[in-house]
Design a protein around this ligand. Structure first.
Ligand code: EPU
Length: 345
């Protein structure tokens, strides 16, 4: 029995709105939407030869600048399976269509460690390794073990180890040489059974734990604090359309940083290597007066300048125009190129 489900609009050859499928809440259309519940479903979809197509997870890292010429495959592959365990660690294989935060909550309910800092990140498990999601001192690569993906050209299942994925800051092989070539079906993470490698040094986490008089935090304690911090800064996409950080934090040469520091003594930075530092793009954007601006239906979030928002009926094109204006101004004033973190479609 096949579980492949065509969206009813597609059956009648009508266009399908993607508004419920992207966290910016943009009303772009595509030729048809297919919900994929298993690797087998995806293989069946490939046999239909419906091209071109694009794959969507939680739709939390895309900007739809217009209608999509082609089909959308919506990943709905679920399931959390314990593969292996010993006294220290546990290997968990997770369906790529699982909601990331629900997986984090599952790990906390099993008193596991490793995912707590990554609480409340929107999106699916399959998208996590693609852009190596990260927050509060942790990236998913810290607990990543391997993943399975279907090669679109051949329909073959390929296993990717951590080394092959080439994780970097919001980077992986799937955003570079392997872009649009694979459909990730499941991801295996290696989590800890005891408090290990806790990352609580990040300013706001340490402060909040101290305020709550928690000196030996559990993964749930850390998760609660992270959720509190995220909620205080980042808009809830269910209320205000957004895709989290719109730009990546740029890495610049140390000499460039030193010269900026003379002119802007408060410019923050994080060390990357002896010759480079990372600068928060939110700080740069705020200096230029963009923080909190509203342009009709879109704007820049008032509490976090790195987040572009759709207040309701904004268009992807308008958001992209604002993003380019910000990018140009940052280049003009600071001689720094900021690149989008969000995928522009
Ligand atoms: N800052 C400002 N003004 C702003 C925003 C930030 O001056 O409007 C400066 C402040 O100096 C602040 C520093 O930037 O101390 C860092 O800000 P924040 O802690 O909010 O983090 P971020 O660098 O802006 C990154 C990630 C977030 C992640 C946080 C916490 C990127 C592109 N973004 O943001 O990830 O939650 O760190 O670890 O690396 C996402 O990827 O969608 C995302 C939200």
């Amino acid at each position: 029995m096949t579980t492949l489900k065509a969206h009813s609009d597609q059956l009648f050859g009508l266009e399908t709105s993607l508004k419920p499928y992207n966290t910016f809440g943009l009303d772009a259309h595509c030729s048809g939407l297919y919900h994929i519940y298993s690797a087998k479903d995806f293989i069946e979809f490939l046999h239909k030869e419906l091209t071109p197509f694009r794959i969507i997870g939680g739709g939390s890292n895309i900007l739809l600048t217009g209608d999509i010429n082609g089909y959308i495959v919506k990943n709905e592959i679920k399931g959390i399976h314990i593969e292996e365990e010993n006294d220290e660690t546990i290997q968990v294989r997770v369906g790529s269509g699982e909601i990331w935060h629900q997986f984090v909550m599952w790990s906390l309910s099993h008193r596991l460690y490793g995912l707590e800092n990554l609480s409340l990140i929107p999106g699916t498990v399959g998208a996590a390794p693609m852009q190596n999601i990260g927050a509060y001192g942790i990236e998913q690569e810290h607990v990543f073990h391997s993943l399975n993906a279907i090669e679109i050209a051949t329909g073959k299942i390929v296993n990717f180890s951590k080394e092959v994925c080439m994780f970097g800051y919001r980077e992986s092989i799937f955003k570079n040489t392997h872009k649009d070539k694979y459909f990730i079906t499941d991801v295996t993470y290696c989590l800890y059974k005891k408090p290990q490698r806790l990352h609580i040094a990040y300013g706001a986490i340490a402060e909040t734990l101290q305020m709550k008089h928690i000196s030996n935090p559990t993964s749930s304690d850390i998760s609660e604090v992270v959720i509190e911090i995220r909620k205080s800064k980042l808009p809830d996409p269910k209320i205000i359309g957004n895709a989290g950080s719109f730009f990546k934090n740029p890495v610049i040469d140390i000499n460039h940083y030193k010269s900026l520091k003379i002119q802007y003594p408060d410019i923050p930075s994080y060390p990357v290597s002896e010759s480079a530092v990372k600068v928060p793009a939110g700080w740069l954007i705020e200096q230029l007066g963009f923080k909190g601006i509203i342009r009709e239906n879109i704007g820049v979030h008032k509490k976090q300048a790195l987040v572009l928002v759709n207040y309701g009926n904004g268009s992807g094109r308008d958001i992209w125009n604002l993003a380019m204006e910000i990018q140009n101004k940052v280049r003009e004033v600071f001689s720094i190129d900021i690149a989008p973190e969000v995928n522009i479609w």
